[in-house]
Design a protein around this ligand. Structure first.
Ligand code: ADP
Ligand code: GLC
Length: 505
């Protein structure tokens, strides 16, 4: 009889974790991976900053937090790590998150979001997240008071990018995986901060911490991690090019060439995101779409759209950070054609004030046909995917993207730019793909086919979608394929487990 394999331990270090604190897809991934890895023999504890909102939600949920580690001086103040098991509520009853919360009031007890207040970044973000990374490394070196020490550390994005470096300076050989969710954010600060952040000046050189005379925590992570992953196979190869590497293409190319960087596609948490059990929407499924119609009607009413019920085209939804990455300007240029042809549009987003203003102006030009909700609203996002016929994602670059996956799963067919994870997850409704029954949405701007990601391409894709929408049978088939194509974590969690297994041995 073979011995029963011991469950192995991952410490996941991140600045966000759904459903407790979220500004984007990073939180969804950090919150969903633990449950997907558990049946594969990997138990995860997530180390998360003790933002006031997180501590308040844990208290409200009655989560018992026990002190497992402490220091009197974490870059200027005392810090305690408390561990507790938080039970999340989702569509199918929820899951459990094993959390270690870094309670360091001088760094995290402040108003605003995780990184900013009133639109301004905290001046000491480099200190706050170097502290998170330093504590992550100490937990791997020392273990915790409840006798837990990780076999591997999984560090996410620039905020946790220094974990491998701190482990290296501590001569600790616990393996590390750094996942790049978005290379555009690099955690850059001046070398005058090295001492303060317990980083050695001897390692400040181009093969290590140095980045054009400054320090980049993401670069440090990409250099020092045992392995680097990113969130889709296409983005992994894109990262090694000047167009997408944002100055880190050299490091990406080096790790890629050595076979030390891979792209593992994100999935979605199908317990929290299941149209048949989602408490935020009228239930529906691929085989019973009556609820989908009810959600569509409710969404139109909520946005004050289509009051006469006679707009013939599809209802397109957009749920996004309003930034250059997301191609919001392309939307503003392409949407008038779609609206003039009878389409309807509902937008939920916040971000760049210029884009917020431009979208508001467009909506004012199309009363009853286009509505915009500026802000962040998790429950409304569920209602949007449930009510929409299309979800629009015209990103200039997209490491993976989750909104196209939520849309697909909720029967809002994605219209996407063919880049990064959008390319890897959406099969374009070409005549061939439609005939083969493999199409799941619409894509445009495939540079490999000589096209560009621009408003013309988006407008053409919207036109194709609107044409197909008029053919109820073809639309029904496409929507069924989209809704039944697996988008859960199954395959991808197994790839993480394989990678972790390779490193831990
Ligand atoms: P990114 O992480 O680059 O913003 P993703 O597509 O990976 O892009 O993830 C975005 C996540 O944030 C999705 O879960 C989406 O539903 C959510 N989201 C984005 N904007 C909003 C908003 N204004 N209100 C609610 N949820 C939002
Ligand atoms: C980043 C990326 C997005 C990805 C998410 C989760 O925010 O911009 O494409 O889906 O991380 O990995």
């Amino acid at each position: 009889m073979s011995p029963c394999p011991r469950t192995r331990r991952v410490l996941s270090v991140a600045s966000e974790c759904a459903p407790l604190i979220k500004t984007g897809g990073l939180a969804d991934v950090v919150g969903a991976l633990p449950a997907a890895l558990e049946p594969l023999g990997w138990h995860t504890r997530v180390l998360l900053p003790g933002y006031p909102g997180v501590l308040a939600q844990l208290a409200e949920a009655g989560t018992t937090l026990r002190r497992v580690w402490a220091t009197e001086d974490l870059f200027g103040g005392p810090a305690t790590v408390r561990r507790g098991v938080y039970r999340t509520t989702g569509g199918t009853g929820g899951t459990e998150l094993d959390l270690m919360v870094l309670d360091a009031p001088h760094l995290f007890d402040r108003p605003g979001g995780p990184y900013s207040v009133d639109g301004h970044d905290h001046h000491d973000n480099h200190v706050r997240f170097a502290a998170l990374s330093w504590v992550g490394a100490r937990l791997a070196v020392e273990g915790t008071a409840d006798r837990w020490r990780p076999d591997l550390v999984h560090a996410h994005d620039w905020q946790a990018g220094l974990v491998p470096s701190y482990l290296k300076y501590a001569d600790c050989d616990v393996p590390t995986v750094v996942t790049v969710h978005n290379i555009a954010f690099q955690g850059v600060f001046g070398p005058d901060q090295l001492d303060r952040l317990k980083l050695p000046t001897w390692d400040f050189h181009p093969e290590s911490l140095e980045y054009h005379g400054l320090v980049s925590t993401l670069k440090a992570g990409m250099v020092h991690a045992s392995r680097v992953t990113t969130v889709s196979p296409s983005y992994a190869t894109e990262l090694a090019t000047p167009e997408f590497g944002f100055g880190l293409e050299g490091v990406a190319a080096m790790r890629l060439d050595r076979g030390e960087m891979t792209g593992i596609l994100n999935g979605i948490d199908t317990a929290a995101w299941d149209p048949a059990t989602d408490p935020a929407v009228t239930p529906f499924s691929a085989s019973d779409l009556a609820g989908k119609d009810a959600n569509r009607g409710a969404l139109l009413a909520e946005f004050g759209l289509d009051p006469t019920g006679d707009r013939p085209g599809p209802l397109a939804v957009v749920v996004t950070r309003l930034t250059h990455q997301k191609g919001v300007d392309l939307l503003c240029d392409a949407l008038p054609g779609f609206l003039d042809a009878g389409g309807t549009v509902a937008v939920l987003g916040s971000g760049d004030p210029g884009y917020e203003f431009a979208l508001g102006e467009l909506a004012a030009r199309y009363p009853g046909a286009m509505g915009v909700w500026i802000g962040y609203d998790e429950a409304l996002s569920h209602r949007m995917y449930a009510g929409g016929d299309l979800v629009l994602v015209p990103s200039r670059f997209e490491p993976c993207g989750l909104t196209q996956l939520y849309g697909q799963h909720y029967g809002a067919l994605p219209v996407v730019a063919a880049t990064g994870g959008l390319r890897d997850t959406v099969t374009d409704a070409t005549p061939e793909n439609l005939a083969a029954g493999t199409a799941t949405g619409f894509s445009f701007g495939d540079v490999r086919l000589g096209a560009a990601i621009d408003a013309g391409g988006l407008g053409f894709a919207l036109g194709r979608a609107a044409d197909l929408y008029r053919d109820a049978d073809a639309w029904g088939r496409l929507r069924r394929t989209a809704m039944t194509t697996p988008v859960d974590w199954g395959t991808s969690a197994a790839r993480y487990a394989d990678l972790f297994g390779e490193l831990v041995g």
